[in-house]
Design a protein around this ligand. Structure first.
Ligand code: SF4
Ligand code: SF4
Length: 373
């Protein structure tokens, strides 16, 4: 029996139905930066109701029991918590792969980076939104943040810790993708994660680019990814997978893998609630940090059960429940659109992602229809 047949017998369609691939725990919402797009609406002070160290360790134990492959400690600024390295060490001790996303501030000293290294952190992910101080600092709201981010990246590399660069793309930097790719190579990043803004928290609609513009940027990203010494992934833009599959189809003349329902087959990426779970600083469980629909709390609920069984999570893993353009799209199984952005803009978690320019064949004028793509 193949792995897929085994899962089907259990009523599970994909491994993402059983457990998330990636769990993000927001250690705190405290942060010394004041970014224009902050999902957490971060402020300098910690919330007294945050999960404490013991509750955090229990959360990590539950993620280990679920065999979640990757856990990211985020914020706010995780370095606002004195137990950051202790939590990484605990996660590592129970078999988890732990990554941390510190903010670019002086708080992340060489000593604290070294502590994380000794605790067994697998990777530090640092946000850099422009290739120079002027562009980055203007967006992050604090002069000197670019220099701090570069210092953290260089120090981590000196200490033998892998680094990742996260970039939020918007009107402030859409012309700087090539320069950012060069920067990521210079920093010896293993992954460049490019985030397309979801209007939630402090992020307003003014930070959104239009769908055609996003399409051009995804094409540029696909070009930059070719031969880059790091991997490229997108956050909140799963249609990057559609762009890559369309490129492949153009190269070979046809979509080689179409299933019996006419859906394009390809690598299934994680998406809100599908391979992905977010736990807030006070323990609330969400499908992602950008989708503010609470499905439980780790202080009262079993995280694995919420992920597997809550109707919201189940519907997010059912691409046939999608409506509008995404519901008619042959790429919905490999893409599915950003559910967070659909909710933020359309008020419906199953609606189309408004940042995708693709029009499925079924919705095109007859004269335009020519292929599955
Ligand atoms: S660094 Fe992150 S947590 Fe801090 S203000 Fe910026 S977006 Fe918010
Ligand atoms: S229409 Fe929706 S499912 Fe299709 S590629 Fe665009 S975002 Fe993805």
């Amino acid at each position: 029996m193949t792995g897929t047949e085994h899962l089907a017998r259990k009523g599970i369609r994909t491994p993402f139905d059983e457990r998330p691939f990636l769990a993000i725990w927001e250690l705190t919402q405290a942060c010394d930066l004041v970014c224009a797009h902050c999902r957490a609406c971060a402020t300098p002070d910690r919330d007294p109701h945050e999960l404490d160290t013991q509750e955090g360790k229990a959360l990590l134990d539950s993620l280990a029991a679920m065999h979640v492959p990757l856990v990211v400690l985020t914020g706010g600024d995780p370095a606002k918590r004195p137990d950051m390295a202790e939590l990484v060490a605990h996660g590592k001790s129970v078999g988890l792969t732990m990554a941390v996303t510190p903010s670019g501030t002086p708080r992340m000293t060489r000593e604290r980076i070294a502590e994380l290294g000794a605790a067994g952190v697998a990777r530090l992910a640092v946000s850099v939104d422009g290739p120079d101080a002027a562009s980055h600092d203007a967006f992050r709201g604090v002069p000197g943040s670019f220099a701090e981010s570069v210092r953290i990246l260089r120090t981590a590399r000196e200490l033998g810790i892998e680094v990742q660069i996260n970039t939020s793309v918007g009107p402030h930097n859409h012309k700087a993708l090539a320069a950012m790719a060069a920067f990521a190579a210079e920093m010896h990043a293993v992954l460049w994660s490019v985030f397309f803004v979801v209007p939630t928290g402090r992020a307003g609609a003014s930070l959104l680019l239009g769908p055609r513009h996003v399409e051009a940027l995804l094409e540029e990203l696909a070009d930059l990814a070719k031969g880059a010494p790091f991997d490229v992934k997108t956050t909140a833009a799963p249609h990057f997978r559609r762009v890559q599959l369309e490129r492949h189809a153009k190269a070979v003349g046809v979509h080689t893998e179409i299933d019996e329902h006419g859906l394009v087959v390809g690598p299934r990426g994680i998406n809100d609630g599908s391979g992905f779970v977010f736990v807030s600083h006070v323990g609330d469980i969400f499908p992602s940090g950008f989708l503010p629909l609470r499905a439980g709390n780790v202080r009262e609920d079993d995280l694995g059960q919420v992920y597997r069984e809550h109707p919201l999570f189940r519907s997010l893993r059912d691409e046939d429940a999608l409506v509008g353009k995404c519901g008619a799209c042959p790429f919905r199984r490999v893409c599915g659109g950003s559910r967070a952005r659909a909710y933020a803009v359309e008020g419906d978690v199953l609606a189309s992602d408004p940042l995708c320019a693709y029009v499925p064949k079924a919705l095109r004028e007859p004269v335009e229809a020519s292929s599955v793509a």
